[in-house]
Structure formats: C-alpha cells, structure tokens
Design a protein around this ligand. Structure first.
Ligand code: SF4
Ligand code: SF4
Length: 298
C-alpha cells in the first residue's frame, strides 16, 4: 500500500525531529511513502472556527493533490492534522452538495477538484491496522523492557469520534499496544486522554501551565519514565512548557513537586526499539532532557 505523507507544519518547523525520526522508522519498516507534491496547513481547527468553508477548501486542496498523484491513502504524523484533515475528508465524502460547492472554489483558484476517494490515516493507525503489530515486532532489535511509558493521546486523534473512529475515544488502547510491542510497560493515568492546554496557551497561560503540570505529574506518579505522544503540538506543550509548569506546581504544592519528564514523539519511541541512536532520532532537540531515559535503556 502506498501513502502520500502529509507532514504538517510542525514537523517541518518547530519539531523537525518528528520528521527525521518518522523517515528513519518508516524507511526501516519499508513502508512505501512519497511526500505530497503540495500541501497546506490544515488550519488546526482555528480556521474552521472562523470560516468553515475556507478550512474545507484548504483541506480539499491537499486531498485533491493526493488524488492527482494517484494515491488513495494520506499518512499524517500529527494528531491534530489527523483530526482536522480527517474530519474535513469525512464531510467532503459524505456531503455531496457541500463538496460540489467547495470544489467550485477550489477549481477556480487551483484547477483541482476533489472526488472523495482518499483515506486519511495517522501513522499510529497505519502501524496497527495496515502494517500489523506482529510485523512491527520483528523490527524490534532493542526491546525497551526496562522502562515504563505513559501514553498521551491528546484530543484530536480521538475526538470527535465521528471523524476519527479508529480507537475508543473514552478508553483508547492503540498507543499502549505500540508501547507493549516495543517491549516497554504502559502506565495508566487520568490525563492520558485529556487536553494538554495548547489552545489556551497564549490567552490563558496559567490555565495551560496547570494542565501541563497536572498531566505530567500524574504520568510521573504512575511510574512513567517518559511520555509518548502522536501529536507534535502536544509534544510542544508538554516539553517546551514543562519547566514553567513545574515552577507553578512547586509554588502551589511545594518544592518536592518535580517533573523532569522526557516527552517522546511516537516514531522516536519506535526508533529506539529498532536500534536507532538518540542522536539519529533528534532527541537532543528536546527541552526536557531525555538522558535519564536513555541511561535506563542502555
Ligand atoms: S495541525 Fe498544525 S501542524 Fe498539523 S498541519 Fe495543521 S496547523 Fe500544521
Ligand atoms: S492535547 Fe493539546 S495539542 Fe494535543 S491535540 Fe489536544 S489541545 Fe491539541
């Protein structure tokens, strides 16, 4: 099966280590991917709120580009891209009059039309559903049996369930399946399916910091050596804002409340178990050191 990669803006900008580690892992697995010839930002749900038709038109352009390339499957590597691009795809496939209206604007501006033939799948789903966990396990040369990993799903890969539908949005299991496949132990905590606070970071930073602090400290108290997420935006809030979240937590609950939790992108977790070095997986780029995790693994 061939996939057209939709890298999203984050993996091409703020979190390039996501792109690098994805290419390494997908290359080793022999998954047939080609990058989309053209793509644009999915709008991250923000454009949808302001102008739903504009958001649909932008996403229809990406989907129509895959069709023009003759590819039926688009691979996302960002939970938010999956929610937004996948959600737009569902609307365009199911609501024909709307697709026709969007196509009129799309044709006028780009010459493209979307016929509704493409499926949008996150790497997390592709590994489980298309590639298979048994096949994946054969590539695990360095099982991570000494570490416990806390899954952080984020919102958009699970909700709205109508648009995603791959996993149980209330009690998902896909990330934990992948954690077990690489030989690590999954840990469970309340925040694993909650929001990280990213959408309110600029408006209400104190609320966002409390959300980061709560999710990370729960994961730590449940015994996690690291957290893993399928969304680079979740990664940004949990990694970049963790130090400030820790300051806030300590001011409110005392100096013993420390965090220092490494946050991994999903392909980095897989890559470690496949024998790629932390350097190859771009783990030096993280703000929270991954050294304690690496020490435990080696
Ligand atoms: S979700 Fe974010 S990273 Fe992904 S394409 Fe949309 S705006 Fe870009
Ligand atoms: S958890 Fe945060 S960054 Fe992740 S999808 Fe939800 S709001 Fe976005």
């Amino acid at each position: 099966m061939k996939y057209a990669l939709f890298p999203g803006c984050a993996s091409k900008g703020a979190t390039p280590e996501l792109y690098t580690s994805t290419m390494k892992v997908v290359g080793r697995l022999g998954i047939d991917i080609v990058e989309l010839e053209a793509f644009n930002c999915c709008g991250a749900g923000v454009i949808t709120e302001a102008d739903p038709d504009l958001a649909l038109t932008l996403n229809a352009r990406t989907l129509a580009t895959a069709e023009r390339m003759g590819i039926q499957n688009v691979m996302t590597i960002c939970g938010t891209c999956q929610g937004v691009l996948g959600g737009a795809n569902k609307i365009l496939q199911e609501d024909e009059p709307r697709r026709e209206r969007i196509n009129r604007a799309l044709k006028e501006t780009t010459g493209l039309e979307y016929q509704g033939t493409v499926e949008v799948k996150h790497l997390q789903w592709i590994l489980i559903k298309d590639f298979g966990l048994d096949a994946l396990a054969k590539f695990v040369t360095h099982p991570l049996s000494d570490v416990s990993i806390a899954a952080f799903y984020g919102c958009y890969i699970l909700r709205p369930s109508r648009a995603t539908g791959f996993d149980d949005w209330e009690n998902p299991t896909s990330l934990e399946k992948l954690i077990r496949t690489v030989g690590a132990h999954p840990v469970y905590y309340d925040g694993r399916t909650k929001c990280c606070g990213f959408p309110v970071l600029l408006e209400k930073d104190q609320i966002a910091l409390s959300m980061v602090g709560k999710n990370v400290s729960e994961a730590k108290e449940s015994g996690g050596d690291a957290m893993v997420t399928p969304c680079p935006l979740c990664h940004m809030s949990l990694d970049i804002y963790q130090e400030r979240a820790e300051d806030k937590l300590q001011r409110e609950q005392g100096p013993e409340k420390t965090l220092g939790m490494p946050i991994l992108h999903l392909p980095q977790l897989l890559g470690l178990a496949m024998g790629f070095s932390p350097k190859e997986l771009g783990m030096k780029r993280h703000l929270v050191s991954t050294a304690p995790l690496i020490e435990k693994i080696q």
